[in-house]
Write a protein that binds this ligand. Sequence first.
Ligand SMILES: CCCCNC(=S)N1C[C@H](O)[C@@H](O)[C@@H](O)[C@H]1CO
Length: 636
Amino acid sequence: MAAAAFLFLFAGSFAFSSHLSGNLVSASRSFSIDYKNNYFLKDGKPFQYISGSIHYSRIPRYYWKDRLVKMYMTGLNAIQVYVPWNFHEATQGVYNFTGDRDLEYFLKLANQTGLLVILRPGPYICAEWEMGGLPAWLLQKPNIILRSADTDYLDAVDNWLAVLLPKIKPWLYTNGGNIITVQVENEYGSYYACDFNYMRHLRTMFRFFLGEDVVLFTTDGNTDKEMTCGTLDGLYATVDFGTDTNISDAFKRQRRFEPQGPLVNSEFYTGWLDHWEDQHAVVDAQKVSRVLGEMLTMGANVNMYMFEGGTNFGYWNGADHDTRFRSVVTSYDYDAPLTEAGDPTDKLLAIRDVIKQFREVPSGPMPPATPKFAYGFVMLKKVGNISSLLDTISPLGPVRSEYPLTFEEMKQYYGYMLYHTTLPQDLSEPTPLISPLNGVHDRAYVSVNGVFRGLLQRDTALVMNVTGQQGDTLDILVENMGRVNFGSKINDYKGLLSNLILGKDTLTDWKIYSLDIDGTISQGWPHSDNQRFLSQQREPSVGPTFYMGTLQPNGLAWDTFLRLNGWTKGQVWINGVNLGRYWPASGPQQTLYIPGPLLSTSLPNNITLLELEGAPEHLRVLFMDRPQLNFTAGKS
Ligand SMILES: CCCCNC(=S)N1C[C@H](O)[C@@H](O)[C@@H](O)[C@H]1CO
């Protein structure tokens, strides 16, 4: 008897330890669904979550705690977090959970801040993120059917989940962590495949790795078709909708699939996304807070999408393709309660006032906006056009091919690729250069003998005129503007997907240069090669050209915003970090957010620009202490 009692006490003592060994049998912690009383139970007591979406992949690690504390001080008791598969496995079989990818550190910070977590590990997440979070290397198999029971797709998914889910298990609430629910896939009902074998496979994998206790759920848009294809027995069905949807109708639809259990709006849109060349989207703060109050009054569980949007750094933005291809802008501000830079807004204060009616909101002041600094103008100088720098940015030289190869065939998945050939004959008259199959994915910058002549653009600019002489060089820089993240076109190959026709000639005999621009710049180029560019003339160029400059340190490393007035479209790096795309000529975004921690307080800050079209007369950029948008669509 004594031995049994001892064992019970010994086991019991482990149940209450706080460390996350993952193999705890926690006697007191539980999170489940009470189907009789239609609410969640946390440790056996009714629980209503008031949550906000935040994406660690869109915020530098340094600022994670700052944003989480502001969410906690708003009165939230949970956060909702996507895990972008391609953020952690950019190269097949190579996994990265360090630095800005340290998911467990993010979960730990949330736990320390008193926030529970609704985790959404996909494997597909949508999210206006590159290819909806799916890694582009999946496209190595030309006819892969993404988000289906396609065996090549599922093999890759299984390998990924076998790495990710064991990391998550110790963080489940019942194991001593803060993850209360886990979403399977994402709005699967919106996808054409409607493959129940795929969803059953995911359910099996999630149960195998996470156990029988965790609440697994799905989220779908608010139509019967979406709920029919997106839901599955054993996964709690939830809906998503914004301020313009009738709440009762939406929850009646959820009730048709979940007659009992808590009401849940997994994505209550507090704002919306922006595409380049479109108007900036805003959602009224009073409307958001009013509808939130109505849902909470019904006892519904609500996650506000987004609460903190952050930034699509580098090439991580996604795109949509409804009537045409539309690339998502670099800022994921989303008109959210916390701005892209993490600053509280009136919308946040209005939401906090509503939450106060339902639960105690932490006392004490809302942490203020982080300090911003206007560092002023910085003069730039020309480094050179891409074709003159290939020895540096494409050291392995070209791949020769009769016909164009895609980014995926070249095994370069992001950024830019240079396609080089020569004019097959004299073209004394303007001759149409055409992509007859709309095969330019997504934007092609065309130069003859190093002189920029114009561009082709997916869906909207399928022809341009060229003149020249036989043998002249034809350089076509193709930009991948982000892979489609929603709908049937997510298998979004990039580059020249089909032949180009010049007059009557099909262009052949290509030299295709994979460009390692990010790797080269992260090694310190072009500033490390400064001597080579000292004499560079200062007048601007047209066409894809690199420029460089230095922001002298002033002892401050505060947030700032880069304004590229008069520049057209391109990419910018600060101290080797790819801040993302700029396109002030189209808007609506006019400035790029620079998190202060990227700057040095004591060393010169290296600025590198790749301007794809045309630089302004004065080669300068401006560091401001506030963001800027243009609210009218199209040209600024
Ligand atoms: C323009 C079509 C947008 C499709 N995406 C939709 S409906 N959304 C639902 C999706 O689950 C989420 O990840 C986000 O992508 C959100 C929009 O912010």
